[in-house]
Write a protein that binds this ligand. Structure first.
Ligand code: PEP
Ligand code: MN
Length: 378
């Protein structure tokens, strides 16, 4: 298991050590210009007896050559991912450094998100909550932020029940232009108030590049919704921030499409990315979507990024959400996102699929049981 967080504090010529660990996460330039089709990732694995000096020497040489290095520390070995133009990487004698055991190119179409690029799972920090470790992190809250009383009441109740992150949409992607579109900036301000009151970091959706600066002022984690999974300009823009980003799978997107979209974000330098399975469209009509739990073990094998499951949108029917949440934990999800509302009959969106606070509290106890059975905790 990894002992580092994403974007480890490796010395970086451009940013020093102030990278994504401080609170000063905003407004950073990308580490490198966007990668082109010729970009190649090479993986250097060091010998178990490689010294710190040898590792530092490799990293500083890679930087001198104008290439990028991502250092991941496993229990026995250090993996150094190298990224840059193919012709430039191929001409470098990467295997000749003392301390190197092997050098292999990443042959998959997704490179920075691929598991082998780090050789160990990544952890992403949202506020003071770490996703991707032993803990199965619970995110909960209403579909939309509606008013002060609603968001604060829900925030307090989910915190008491054991949730670690508060969700709530201020900018809502709705199928109909006549449906409630979210409170916008006022919704973000209410989320910030709920964060203060309940002491929970917040995740909220950004739908458009024009709103990114505003949403980034408030959010601890940006959510990219299913309908925007392939909004490539938005992906690149959130890749230029250092805020954590949860990327939801598009409803007609393959697992590979999801990984390729995440690659856009990482290629801009932001490694703080979570992937979210939220159900796909199939021929089935008895449920809102089909929650593809196959994606969980497949993603855990294919990528180092943490995996979140949203069973609420995945099945879309309140009384079936708990079963799918438990199944998602059993399948290996690092985090579960659940919609909770204190008055679902009055909810301005998704009232039919959200749990009541007491139903959520009951579910947390059962999730804990499943998590412990597979060696994890809540
Ligand atoms: C949501 O989380 O409220 C949401 C709109 O999700 P999705 O993008 O998965 O439909
Ligand atoms: Mn919703």
């Amino acid at each position: 298991m990894a002992t580092f967080l994403s974007n480890p504090p490796a010395p970086d010529a451009k940013f020093g050590s102030a990278l994504p660990w401080g609170n000063d996460q905003k407004g950073c330039e990308p580490l490198n210009p966007p990668q082109t089709a010729e970009a190649l990732a090479m993986i250097i694995i060091t010998r178990p007896d490689a010294t710190e000096d040898q590792i530092e020497h490799i990293v500083s040489r890679i930087h001198d050559w104008g290439l990028r290095a991502e250092v991941s520390r496993g229990e026995m070995r250090v993996v150094i991912g190298v990224i840059g133009p193919e012709d430039k990487i191929r001409e470098k004698p990467l295997g000749a450094f003392p301390g190197v055991e092997s050098v292999t190119p990443v042959l998959k179409p997704y490179k920075l998100v691929s598991y082998e690029f780090r050789g160990t799972p990544s952890k992403v920090k949202i506020g003071n909550v770490v996703v991707g470790g032993k803990e199965v992190v619970l995110m909960a809250g209403p579909c939309s932020v509606e008013n002060e009383d609603q968001i604060i009441t829900i925030a307090q109740s989910i915190r008491k029940a054991g949730a670690k992150i508060l969700r709530g949409g201020a900018f809502k992607p709705r199928t109909s232009p006549y449906s409630f579109q979210g409170l916008g900036k006022a919704g973000l301000q209410l989320l910030a108030e709920a964060r203060r009151e309940a002491g929970l970091p917040i995740i909220t959706e950004v739908m458009d590049t024009k709103d990114l600066d505003l949403v980034s002022e408030y959010a601890d984690c940006l959510q990219i919704g299913a309908r925007n999974m392939q909004n490539f300009s938005l992906l690149r823009e959130v890749g230029r921030t250092r805020l954590p980003v949860m990327l939801k799978r598009g409803m007609a997107a393959s697992i590979k499409d999801l990984l390729m979209s995440a690659e856009y974000i990482l290629s801009e330098g932001n490694f703080n990315v979570l992937l979210c399975e939220r159900g796909i469209r199939t021929f089935e009509t008895m449920t809102r979507n089909t929650l593809d739990l196959n994606a969980v073990p497949v993603l855990k094998a294919e990528t180092h990024l943490p995996v979140v499951v949203d069973p609420t949108h995945g099945i879309g029917i309140r009384r079936f959400v708990p079963a799918m949440a438990l199944a998602a934990v059993a399948a290996g999800a690092d985090s579960i996102m659940i919609e909770v509302h204190n008055a679902p009959e009055l909810a301005k969106s998704d009232g039919e699929q959200c749990l009541l606070p007491n139903e959520f509290a009951d579910l947390v106890g059962r999730i804990r049981g499943v998590a412990e059975a597979i060696g994890r905790e809540v």
